[in-house]
Design a protein around this ligand. Structure first.
Ligand code: ATP
Length: 324
């Protein structure tokens, strides 16, 4: 392998820049050429390549988003689009690449690998933590800290006015952000897709908490929760069935996707970047780098996109105990 490329694809997440930096610096260390591909698969199809050296990635480890830009690219879903991408990589002499992104980006990479045999290693970059084969995805820890900080602020106003707040957080179909944020910010209840306890239990718990002397409450709601009601409908439901609370809603939204990555995400990105490049140099392909029990591990991309890392049942129990 003489020339390796790196791209970021799909939704951005904090830590992607730190991972780009790690890939580029590892290439420099191993004395192989490194190309940055801008705008994800769109840039691959258009040949938007720029040679990077160790100094090209100065001062980006602390930056949110991705300096390489990201894109959703419909053309890459077609055989013609992927053929164009292959032609561009060949013309530029690129032997293999690292893709930093989510499950969609990995599905594309795997199809591309099977069609053209260009070795690829994936680095999971998404705040949702919804990829199998790693306990943590890049950006999850930063998003979690952003959410906890936001809930702390909401609690200040909630307690001043004796209010109940429903706080909706991201996470798509999984409740990792919600569960962890609920525990870390001391929420009264946490509604996650993995465990639907029903609306009755929510009312009971809110009643109990009011009775026990709490003047304000925070309920963290994962965007994918299975109550069948969104946060605004939950507000109406509680107002109707439990008129003792002044209820408000806060949808945290895209602030969860931005910001400077935490130390944890920067370290994780650095480790994943090194592992990705080393794996390609060892002749490995179509794998995703992950972290399990603080060890770097590789999982076939086809397995990684099939499932989710399971929610931590022990943490659900801890959460239940803490909300007494
Ligand atoms: P996020 O988790 O933030 O959504 P993602 O990587 O899952 O990130 P997607 O938009 O699903 O984001 O995928 C990114 C890109 O990967 C798509 O725009 C497309 O170019 C490519 N891609 C996704 N699925 C496929 C597929 N089945 N075949 C070929 N390419 C795909």
């Amino acid at each position: 392998i003489k020339k390796l490329a790196v791209l970021t694809s799909g939704g951005d997440s904090p830590g992607m820049n730190a991972a780009v930096r790690a890939v580029v610096r590892t290439c420099a260390f191993m004395e192989i050429e490194c190309m940055a591909i801008y705008r994800g698969y769109e840039g691959m199809i258009e040949g938007d390549f720029v040679p990077f050296n160790a100094r090209s990635v100065n001062n980006i480890i602390n930056k949110g988003g991705t300096i390489l830009k990201s894109a959703r690219c419909e053309e890459f879903r077609t055989p013609e689009g992927r053929q164009k991408a292959y032609d561009q990589l060949k013309a530029a002499g690129i032997d293999c690449f690292v893709v930093i992104g989510g499950d969609g980006s990995f599905r594309g990479a795997s199809i591309f690998y099977k069609e053209f045999g260009i070795p690829v290693i994936g680095i999971p970059g998404t705040i949702d933590n919804d990829i199998f084969g790693t306990q943590f995805t890049l950006g999850f820890d930063t998003a979690l800290n952003t959410v906890v900080e936001a809930i702390d602020k909401i609690r200040d106003t909630a307690s001043s006015h004796s209010r109940l707040f429903f706080v909706e957080v991201m996470g798509r179909d999984v409740g990792h952000i919600a569960l962890n944020a609920g525990v870390a910010a001391g929420a009264e209840e946490t509604l996650i897709p993995e465990q639907n306890l029903g609306l009755e239990r929510l009312l009971d718990s809110l009643k109990r908490s009011k009775k026990s002397g709490k003047s304000s409450s925070i309920v963290v709601v994962a965007e994918g929760d299975k109550t069948g009601k969104n946060v605004f409908e939950l507000k109406e439901y509680v107002e109707k069935n439990l008129p003792i609370y002044d209820v408000r809603v806060s949808v945290l939204g895209h602030i969860q996707r931005g910001g400077s990555p935490t130390a944890f995400d920067r370290v994780l990105a650095s480790r994943m970047g090194v592992k990705a490049v080393e794996s390609l140099l060892e002749g490995k392909a179509n794998l995703m780098v992950g972290i399990v029990a603080n060890e770097m591990v590789l999982t076939p991309i086809d397995d990684a996109v099939k499932g989710h890392t399971k929610i931590d049942r022990e943490l659900i129990r801890v959460s239940d105990i803490m909300t007494i």
